[in-house]
Design a protein around this ligand. Structure first.
Ligand code: XMP
Length: 326
């Protein structure tokens, strides 16, 4: 039988042996995977680990606060928060091609970690040294979809695998690289992480950046952030959090359609709801959500998000579609 305790023991031993007395940083995205990877490494090497939370400007509403407070409160792990939104959004200006977005975001993450390491070293009183290791919460499906599996095609470059720059000088520690999400959740619970972290729905590292179809701009991000918050709020209120795997909310920023609101003609963009059910994200089916919940989400989004005059439902399984639109 599959046993989280023995995986934890094995990984803790392997991490200690690999790291020795060196300093380690872990990129924290707010998602389940990086949180569990961090907790596992923390169990192995304690204060030699510093987590770095990068606000790339592509986060959802409330996410930064959640990581900065809830995660630290739950784990006691050292955390550095970096606001890198200018940097990320600057580099993404004018870019609409999905793989280019992914590569830019993957590279910017690494450059941000490289900068953060100075602070880590200073605080550890190890002047002149470098941080040698970077922890990532990479899962088995991320590796496969990025074309890292045996002979697998590159479906999309996950930010922490295919999206990594070539000249990265960190050595990677990826304790979850052979695991699926349900196994990672079991390990997280075993490590004592609270349900709000362990049962969070997956959210991709590139964030809202791959949910704006078209160029990423601040006004578009603000709009999508609001629509996403509404969908999450209504799905939670309806008690559906654990029934669906995740529900990406996507802004078709370059598409326009005619609407009418308050006797006025509008010419706005549609928002897509993409609720899916899945075991491991390798395949997925679209969730048959109750119509009244869909209706509430639609009404609220069109009322509360200026410029959105249409809400549509994605009824495609994976395959042939993927879960995210980019
Ligand atoms: P797709 O869109 O490939 O998504 O069906 C499968 C699962 O992976 C998530 N995803 C990512 N997670 N970095 C991540 O950390 C990424 O670059 C990335 N791309 C997709 C997606 O949300 C879904 O759960």
């Amino acid at each position: 039988d599959w046993d989280p305790s023995s995986i934890i023991e094995d990984q803790v031993a392997a991490i200690r042996a690999k790291v020795g007395s060196d300093q380690v940083i872990c990129g924290l995205s707010g998602g389940v995977d990086s949180a569990v990877a961090a907790a596992l490494v923390h169990k192995a090497i304690g204060d030699q680990l510093t987590c770095v939370f990068v606000d790339h400007g592509l986060l959802r509403k409330g996410e930064a606060q959640q990581v900065k407070h809830d995660f630290v409160a739950a784990t006691g792990i050292k955390l550095i928060a970096v606001d890198a939104s200018e940097d990320f959004l600057g580099a993404l200006k004018g870019v609409s091609e999905p793989e280019r977005k992914r590569k830019i975001i993957g590279e910017k993450f690494i450059r941000t970690f490289e900068k953060a390491q100075r602070q880590v070293i200073e605080e550890a009183g190890k002047a002149g040294k470098e941080v040698k290791f970077l922890v990532q919460g990479t899962l088995y499906p991320d590796v496969v979809e990025s074309g890292g599996g045996d002979g697998a095609a590159n479906i999309k470059s996950h930010h922490n695998v295919g999206g990594l720059p070539k000249d990265i000088h960190f050595e990677l520690i990826e304790p979850l690289r052979t695991l699926f999400k349900d196994e990672v959740r079991a390990i997280g619970s075993q490590l004592g992480l609270p349900d709000e972290i362990v049962w969070r729905q997956p959210f991709p590292g590139p964030g809202l950046g791959i949910r704006i179809i078209g160029e990423i701009t601040r006004p578009r991000l603000d709009l999508l952030r609001e629509a996403d918050a509404i969908a999450r709020e209504e799905l939670s209120a309806a008690g559906l959090d654990r029934d669906i795997w995740q529900c990406p909310v996507v802004l078709l920023a370059d598409v326009h359609s005619v609407g009418v609101q308050g006797d006025e003609r509008t010419y706005g963009s549609p928002v897509v709801l993409r609720p899916v059910s899945s075991e491991d994200a390798m395949t997925a089916d679209w969730s048959r959500l109750p119509y009244d919940v869909l209706a509430r989400i639609s009404t609220r989004i069109t009322n509360e998000c200026p410029g959105v005059n249409r809400v549509v439902l994605d009824v495609t399984s994976k395959p042939p579609a993927t879960i995210e639109w980019e």
